[in-house]
Structure formats: structure tokens, C-alpha cells
Design a protein around this ligand. Structure first.
Ligand SMILES: Cc1cc2nc3c(=O)[nH]c(=O)nc-3n(C[C@H](O)[C@H](O)[C@H](O)COP(=O)(O)OP(=O)(O)OC[C@H]3O[C@@H](n4cnc5c(N)ncnc54)[C@H](O)[C@@H]3O)c2cc1C
Length: 389
């Protein structure tokens, strides 16, 4: 085995091929176009539509439901390679596979798998996860969206905020409560078709990612048949815990990719930019930043790979390891992106170079799918034995 392969902890031939395919797609189909989408504040639907035929929208969905049936390490690699080029494309893959696809796969009935996973895997339907509410962010158990039993189903009322891709998605994974006083025990998880009467969504603007990504979604007397309830009544919190377990793995993988992108840009720039008669990469203080950047990205990748390895070994929950990977990789990504901007000097903030955008997008990874304060709480509680699977 060559040194390069050993460094990869012996990725299989298939895994290396998936990485090459993902990297090739990102470099040819995403990177050259992303500045245009950004300038035009346009959702990259044309790119997203190409992800289906490549199998990237059904990475974790088994072949029997039309998916690619990839292992978790391969899936993490796809997320990493996409994020190296674009936050948003990687986010589509991550939400579709981790938060929604793997959840329906694990908790859905056979009928739900046929109805939802098959079109999702083919890329015919995009999914969104409607969890966060105006008054329930980190404290999801305090959510206010209600599910009221009616006939052979439920009526949903409430609103969700910051929902990625909701304006373009067809399938919503929704948390709602039967009884707020029960806190997490009252929470149910539903799969809801966006076309259902009573659902409306509107863009929720951010300083960054002005490509129509996040939305506010309102549910007004939305009737959902019982066959769209995942598992049973009151199971929603357990379901979302499992979804976030896989979600944190993909967020951590994306953080490694974004950080690697910053390293690549910074190394190239440091080798080209000349000040005081020499390339800035020859100055020790710039080298120090580069050395820390390269090392911390490698360390993050190892933590992330371990989560993939555990999941491929069939471990049902790897929450401790997933939280550590998410925490470390996203903090690393923020630091690496900030240092990349520093290495670019004023050009780091110029629109002609991407590192300034990467820096803003890195911040989101420290907040989404459980802020890093929450990850620290989880890691400490697992380490202290106060929390168990
Ligand atoms: C770009 C983007 C995309 C997103 N996409 C989605 C999506 O697709 N679906 C979805 O459902 N949500 C999504 N979110 C929402 C995201 O998951 C929430 O923003 C996040 O969970 C935090 O909730 P909050 O913003 O209400 O912050 P809050 O919970 O109000 O937290 C505010 C601050 O208080 C801290 N804090 C809160 N509780 C504690 C505690 N117990 N101990 C210590 N510190 C604490 C937090 O760490 C944070 O620093 C997205 C957010 C962004 C920015």
C-alpha cells in the first residue's frame, strides 16, 4: 500500500472512487458557478438537480429503495467534498440523508419508506427538517407547534423558523406536540407533504447565504393522516435524537471540507502573494498559522472518520463521539476560516476571493444542529457518566 493510502487509514477502492467522483463534480460543476449564484442571490437548483442522478441525494438510502446504499465513511466523504466547494450544496445532501432520509429509514413503516424514500433517493423530492421554532431553539422540548388528534389523523398548528431549503423542498420532517405540559414526552414526528393545504413558507433572510436558503414555515390547520406519523405518539424526541446523531456526523464532515477548502486557498495564496520581496508563505508568522490550520483539519478529519467507522460497524447511537466531532471540527473550521482571511489580508474580505464567505458560513456550523455550547454540555455529561445512551 502506498503512503498516501495508508494516511487515509486504508480507504477502500470504492471509497476512494466516491471521493474522486465527488471532488470532480464539486470542482467542475459547483466551484466555477458559485460566485454567480451568490451575486444573483439565487438558489442553486440546477446544481441540486444534478445530485440525484449521482446518487448523492440517497447516499444512506439502501438500493432496495432506489438509493446508493453507501457506507457512512463514504457518505461523510461526499459531505466533505461538497462542502469544500459550497456550504449550500453540502447542506442539501446532509438534510436529505441525515436528518430526514436516515430517520424515515430507521423509524418509518414500509409504506412510508416506499412513499418518501424512493422519490427522495432519485432526487425527485427534496426534504427539509422543521424542528426549530421562534421560542424553541436549543430547548426543542419547549416547542409550541401543536398536533391535535382529529378523525384518523392530526391537525398541526404552529410555525418553524430558520428552516433550510424549505422553499424548495417537497417533504417536511416536522416535530409537534400533543401536550406541551408533557415536554419531550408529548413530542411526535411527522412526515408532511409540502403541498398539504394550510402550509406556507416565506424566505427568512440572513446576512450570509442569500440564496433563498432559509425559510419560516407556518402550519395553519394542516391535516396530516395517521399514516404520516413516524413510529408512535410521543416518540418524536427519541427520533430527533437519532436524526441529530447522524446530522452531527454530516455537519462535522462538512466542517472538515469547508476548513480544507480554506487551507487550500490559503496555501496557494501564501505561495503567490509577494510582500517585502518574497512570498508571504516564507514569513514565520504566516507559516505558524498555516501549520496550525493544516494540523487541526487533519485532527478533525480523524475524529469524524471515527464516527463513520462506528456507524459502519453497526453501532446504533454514537452521540458522544458525534458531539465531540461536531464540536471540534466546527470550532476548527471557524478558526481556520478566520486565519485564512488573515492570510489574505484585505483581499480576504474582497468578493473576488471566497475565504470571506467561507468564514461567515463557518459560523453557521457552530450554531446549527445543536450549538457548540450544547455539544460541550453533552460531551461533559457523557464523560462524567451523567448521560448514557
Ligand atoms: C443557516 C441556518 C440554517 C438552519 N437550518 C435549520 C433547519 O434546517 N431546521 C431547523 O429546524 N433548524 C435550523 N436552524 C436553526 C438552528 O438549529 C438553531 O439556530 C439552533 O438550534 C440554536 O437555536 P436558537 O438560534 O434559537 O438559539 P438559542 O437556543 O436561543 O441559543 C442562544 C444562545 O444561548 C446558548 N444556550 C442556549 N441554551 C443553553 C444552555 N442550556 N447552556 C448554555 N448555553 C445555552 C446557545 O448556545 C446560544 O449561544 C438553522 C440555523 C441557521 C443559522
Amino acid at each position: 500500500m502506498r503512503l498516501e493510502e495508508l494516511r487515509d487509514f486504508g480507504l477502500t477502492e470504492d471509497q476512494r472512487m466516491i471521493r474522486a467522483t465527488a471532488r470532480d463534480f464539486a470542482e467542475k460543476e459547483i466551484l466555477p458557478k458559485i460566485d454567480d449564484y451568490e451575486r444573483e442571490e439565487r438558489y442553486p437548483l440546477e446544481i441540486v438537480q444534478k445530485l440525484g442522478p449521482l446518487g448523492f441525494l440517497g447516499c444512506l438510502i439502501p438500493e432496495q429503495y432506489g438509493g446508493a446504499g453507501l457506507d457512512y465513511i463514504s457518505y461523510g466523504i461526499v459531505c466533505e467534498e461538497m462542502a469544500r466547494a459550497d456550504w449550500l450544496t453540502a447542506s442539501v445532501i446532509s438534510v436529505q440523508n441525515s436528518l430526514v432520509g436516515s430517520t424515515i429509514l430507521r423509524f418509518g413503516s414500509e409504506d412510508q419508506k416506499r412513499r418518501f424514500l424512493v422519490p427522495m433517493a432519485r432526487g425527485e423530492k427534496l426534504a427539509s427538517a422543521c424542528l426549530t421554532e421562534p421560542n424553541a431553539g436549543s430547548d426543542l422540548a419547549s416547542l409550541e407547534t401543536t398536533a391535535t388528534r382529529k378523525g384518523d389523523g392530526y391537525v398541526l398548528n404552529g410555525s418553524k423558523i430558520f428552516i433550510s431549503h424549505a422553499n424548495h423542498a417537497d417533504i417536511y420532517f416536522v416535530l409537534a406536540t400533543l401536550d406541551r405540559s408533557l415536554r419531550h414526552k408529548g413530542v411526535c414526528a411527522f412526515v408532511v407533504e409540502r403541498e398539504t393545504p394550510g402550509i406556507s413558507s416565506r424566505p427568512f433572510p440572513l446576512h450570509v447565504l442569500k440564496r433563498g436558503n432559509t425559510a419560516e414555515v407556518t402550519f395553519e390547520d394542516v391535516y396530516v393522516p395517521r399514516e404520516n406519523l413516524l413510529a408512535g405518539e410521543g416518540e418524536g424526541f427519541k427520533i430527533v435524537g437519532s436524526a441529530l446523531d447522524t446530522g452531527r456526523y454530516s455537519v462535522a464532515s462538512r466542517a472538515v471540507g469547508q476548513a480544507q477548502g480554506c487551507v487550500d486557498f490559503a496555501l496557494k495564496y501564501a505561495g503567490e502573494r509577494v510582500q517585502f520581496g518574497q512570498e508571504i508563505g516564507r514569513f514565520q508568522m504566516v507559516q505558524q498559522m498555516l501549520a496550525d490550520m493544516v494540523t487541526s483539519v487533519e485532527a478533525s478529519r480523524l475524529l469524524v472518520r471515527r464516527v463513520g467507522y462506528l456507524k459502519d460497524a453497526g453501532v446504533e447511537r454514537a452521540s458522544f463521539e458525534a458531539s465531540m466531532a461536531k464540536l471540534f471540527a466546527t470550532d476548527t473550521c471557524m478558526k481556520v476560516a478566520t486565519d485564512a482571511v488573515q492570510i489574505f489580508g484585505g483581499y480576504g474580505l474582497a468578493a473576488e476571493f471566497p475565504v470571506g464567505r467561507y468564514m461567515q458560513e463557518a459560523k453557521i456550523l457552530q450554531i446549527g444542529e445543536g450549538t457548540n455550547q450544547l455539544q460541550r454540555i453533552l460531551v461533559a455529561e457523557y464523560a462524567l457518566g451523567l448521560r448514557k445512551y
